[in-house]
Design a protein around this ligand. Structure first.
Ligand code: SAH
Length: 218
């Protein structure tokens, strides 16, 4: 069961979470404002009502997780979003990251490979509030060629390599934030597409994501 009441207590817990994220080094004001605005407990079973505002990943069913708030903020900050930019997200999961990006002002296209998780977004209470998000059921390795090119791409599952179809769907000057690595730990990379079509790579901290798996799952 989920509960969709955003009380003063929830708002207070969210403010504390934002302070924790600041202490951990998140400084982008629009990212912090978005975390402060989005009721993370709406994405979770009411058993996690309070835990929703602790800085940790939590289960969302189908063996998947809602990313840790720090990770969501970290990736969002690396995207260096400008209002109205077109962003492709791989791994909708709970939809929390997509809504944080939409709250910042991006036009979001998000793909999920698990049918059951995808179907939940149809009836999700915040769906009507964020008309700047489009949800797709499919394989993130393919991207969304029909809607390409994108200003930014964010991958929220552990990629064993940089998927070539995704870099192909980046605009010139576009950036992709992606955790890459096999095994338990991935390096956060930011790939930039240069004017001559070549790619530059910046390396950031280590994280631990659930794997990015090929193909769709019914
Ligand atoms: N952004 C999510 C994090 C979810 S965890 C959130 O805010 O909650 C990663 C998600 O990626 C899982 O739901 C998993 O099913 C999905 N995923 C894994 N491989 C994928 C692929 N190839 N294409 C699309 N989604 C994928």
């Amino acid at each position: 069961m989920r509960k969709y009441e955003d009380t003063y207590r929830h708002k207070g817990l969210r403010k504390q979470l934002v302070d924790i994220l600041k202490q951990k080094g998140i400084s982008n004001e629009s990212v912090l404002d978005a975390i402060n605005a989005v009721p993370r407990h709406f994405f979770l079973d009411s058993a996690f009502d309070k835990a929703a505002y602790e800085d940790r990943a939590l289960p969302i069913g189908e063996g998947q997780t809602i990313s840790q708030p720090y990770t969501v903020a970290y990736q969002s900050q690396l995207l260096e979003l400008k209002p109205y930019e077109k962003v492709l997200e791989i791994g909708t999961g709970s939809g929390y990251q997509a809504i944080v990006l939409a709250e910042i002002g991006a036009q979001v296209f998000t793909i999920e490979r698990q049918k059951k998780l995808f179907d939940e977004h149809r009836k999700f209470i915040l769906r009507g509030k964020y008309l700047n998000i489009k949800y797709f059921y499919g394989d993130g390795y393919e991207g969304l060629p029909t809607f390409a090119p994108f200003d930014k791409i964010i991958v929220t599952a552990a990629a064993p390599f940089i998927p070539p179809k995704l870099t192909a769907q980046l605009k010139t000057g576009g950036k992709m934030v992606i955790p890459v690595g096999e095994g338990g730990v991935q390096q956060m990379l930011r790939i930039t597409k240069n004017a001559d079509g070549s790619l530059s790579e910046e390396v950031f901290d280590n994280f631990s994501f659930v794997p990015m798996i090929e193909g769709r799952n019914n």
